[in-house]
Structure formats: C-alpha cells, structure tokens
Design a protein around this ligand. Sequence first.
Ligand code: SAH
Length: 228
Amino acid sequence: MRLGIISALAEEQQGVLEALQSPARRVHGMREYTTGTLWEIDAVCVLSRIGKVAAAMTATILVEKFGVTHIVFTGVAGSGDKDVHIGDIVVADSLVQHDIDASPLFPRFEVPLTGLTRFATDLALTERLAAAAARTTRVHRGLIASGDQFIGRRQQLVALKTALPDLLAVEMEGAAVAQVCVELGIPFAVIRTISDNANDDAAVDFLHFIETVASRYAYQVLENFCKA
Ligand code: SAH
C-alpha cells in the first residue's frame, strides 16, 4: 500500500505531517507533497486547500504522479444531523456533491454521464478507519455531502437536510475526491471530525475547533489506523 493522505487545511494534518519519518518534500501545482513513512506505512501527505476542484486536482496528482494506491481524506465538517455533535467523528459510507444540479437533463445530485449520485467509499478502508476512530471519540457512519459552500446559515442546512434526509455531515472536498477515486479505481475513505453545527454559529465554532482539536484527532486516528 502507498497511502495518500489529504486534508484541506494545515491544522487538520499538522501532527500527522510531524510524525512522517524520512520526509521528502516536492512542490507541484502549487501544493507541497511530502512522502515518507507513517508508522511503517509508505505515505504521501498533502494539503488540497478548500473546495471540490482543489481536492479533485490533488487526488488526481497523488495517483498519477505520486503513485498512491489508496487515499484517505481527513478533516473537519459541519454536522448534518441533530444526533451528530461537535467533537464526534463521521466516517463516510458514501458521498454526494450537494451543489451539482443538471436537472431536468439529469436528476438533481447526479454527476452527469456517470449515472452516479452517491459515491461509495471502500468498505475495508472505511471499517479500518471507523475502528481506529472509535478509540478516540463517538463515531457515526453514513452520508457526507460536499459542495463549494461553507454552510453557515441554518436555512441552508434545513434545505439540504430536506433533500438528503440521511445526511450526517457537510464539507467542501470529500465527494470530489470520491469521484476521482471511483473513476481511477482507487480505494478511498473520508473521515471528518465535527467542528460546527453548520448553523449561524458555524464560523465561530469552526475557527475555535480547528485551532484546538482538529490536528490532535487526525493524529490519533491515523496512528491507530496505520498500526492496525
Ligand atoms: N474561513 C475559513 C474557511 C474554511 S472553509 C478559513 O479561512 O480557513 C471550511 C473547511 O472546513 C472546508 O475545508 C470544509 O471541508 C470544512 N467545513 C467545516 N465546517 C463546514 C461547514 N459548516 N460547511 C462547509 N464546510 C465545512
């Protein structure tokens, strides 16, 4: 296995990057890719920056230029369900691009010409991640929605939840990585720690969480994941 680890923001990956043994850095396409060994697993860490295009490009380069065989996205997200609380972890079983809508030509949420609305994650990777995360905090498994919007108004979330009732979390990159990985045949998984409730307090909660806990969680989960 050569594992690609993507996060959007530096705070989401900080500890993990420091744990990488024999790191070698290479800059490509305005991103820094660091290869090395993570608890005996051959790994490549990179920050995608924010949004679907940034994430899709990063995932593609990881596969095509750095030869990764598996991808894990680790980061934070807004809660998409009343039972999913700040500090909980959501591990995706599937992901949807909530802002894609080519109706009436294609059903809302379907990625045109793929026939797909929900992109399923790799079961083995997902189970291993969920087991690793369960040693740190409360874990939920299910649907994550991604789009090029920070969901920071209650009404935005209510509208999304009405269209996608089984939604557990909202973020801005996972479903883009999912599409790339499905199209390239690369097993992948997405894990998100809940930083905010995707409501009117989201921006403040998000900033506080990202400074205090995001990197610690990512580190603990990936250590347990790699050692499993
Ligand atoms: N103002 C912030 C913007 C961060 S965008 C900054 O300048 O750093 C939020 C990031 O965290 C994205 O990468 C997204 O995947 C995730 N995220 C956390 N909470 C979110 C929410 N409520 N809606 C959408 N994305 C969220």
